[in-house]
Ligand binder design. Structure first.
Ligand code: NAP
Length: 317
């Protein structure tokens, strides 16, 4: 059980990837400042987390079932916590969706919004009443660079993260009046199961009703570029966990937190031209006109961006 001095941190989606790493890093904090409630929708997937948590399990880390898409699951989990006390909520659970829009069903799109947007909203609604009463709290949302800049063939995933950014930007103002801080974490590519699951889905994908040109642009132009970008710019889940810890421990946490400074120019470009033309045409040229050049650039970047050269907006170190 958490002591009065410890912060109770509830994290969603801790069976793998970023959520797992944040949970373990905070639970192993040397000064034992956190009591982590690591949650996952399927407790059968707990082994990796418990193995990584080691001795911390049962001391500074508790495990609970929670499916962000189910009202009852969220209610039960929060009500099972002593005094419903959550000092820090980390909305991490999320799923991806990739491919030509014509090949994606409305049901698949709804699932992405149900998890990435409504799932996080459901969590925030459940904890904010108590945070407001206590006049204290921190809500952290695992957004993405794709919550700030649209990316071709990621239309629906991007939309779900944009929705979250707009929702939180609005809510943050009201919550500040109650001494509750909201922070968005905006990683670029991160090497987790997320990438693997998306590539598995793409491998199974069929393209009925999609014209051959679009299929070719997706498979032969977009996918190889995407692999290059992941290889050249990808961060590790540990790096993202360190960024989150830094945000958590900052005296005045920022609202927006890009974790990879290589993306700063892309976001700056968007805000430099309010017509949106600069972003749309730059991405168009990068993908369709300078594909081979982009491959070479990414290969050079891959060599240059070994960890000692990397400087990040929220440095994980
Ligand atoms: N990897 C990247 O490149 C990247 C980049 C930017 C942002 N992000 C964001 O980072 C977050 C974590 O992703 P990750 O990279 O760590 O991927 P991951 O390894 O696939 O982890 C996603 C986690 O979300 C959980 N989840 C999915 N649906 C859920 C639900 N309905 N209820 C509760 N948990 C659910 C998964 O649980 P199961 O094991 O049960 O499926 C898993 O634990 C996501 O929000 C993602 O959008 C990722």
């Amino acid at each position: 059980m958490a002591s009065e001095e410890q912060k109770v941190v509830l994290i969603t989606g801790c069976s793998s990837g970023i959520g797992l790493r944040i949970a373990v890093m905070l639970a192993k904090d040397e000064k034992k400042r956190y009591h982590v409630i690591a949650t996952m929708r399927d407790l059968k997937r707990k082994d990796k987390l418990l193995e990584a948590a080691g001795d911390a399990y049962g001391k500074t880390l508790t495990l609970k079932a929670l499916d962000v898409c189910e009202d009852e699951s969220v209610r039960q989990c929060i009500s099972s916590i002593k005094d419903r006390r959550v000092d820090v909520l980390i909305n991490n659970a999320g799923i991806g969706l990739l491919g030509p829009l014509e090949a994606i069903s409305m049901e698949e799109m709804r699932k992405v919004f149900e998890t990435n947007f409504f799932g996080a909203v459901r969590m925030i609604k459940e904890v904010m009443v108590d945070m407001k009463k206590r006049r204290r709290g921190h809500i952290i949302v695992m957004s993405s660079v794709m919550g700030l800049q649209g990316v071709v063939f990621n239309d629906v995933y991007t939309a779900s993260k944009f929705a979250m950014e707009g929702f939180c930007e609005s809510l943050a103002v009201q919550l500040l009046k109650f001494n509750i801080t909201v922070s968005m974490i905006e990683p670029g590519p991160v090497h987790t199961e997320f990438e693997v699951k998306m590539m598995d889905e793409v491998a199974k994908m069929e393209y009925p009703g999609v014209d051959p040109d679009t299929v070719r642009y997706f498979k032969d132009v977009y996918l190889p570029s995407s692999v290059d970008i992941f290889e050249a710019m990808g961060q590790t889940p540990e790096e993202i966990a360190r960024c989150v810890k830094k945000v958590l421990e900052s005296g005045r946490p920022r609202f927006r937190n890009l974790t990879n400074s290589l993306y700063t120019p892309i976001v700056a470009m968007k805000y430099a031209d309010e017509t949106g033309g600069l972003s749309v045409h730059t991405f168009y040229n990068l993908l369709f006109n300078f594909g081979p050049l982009m491959h070479i650039t990414m290969s050079i970047l891959k060599c240059l961006t070994c960890s000692c050269f990397r400087r990040r907006t929220i440095s994980p170190n």
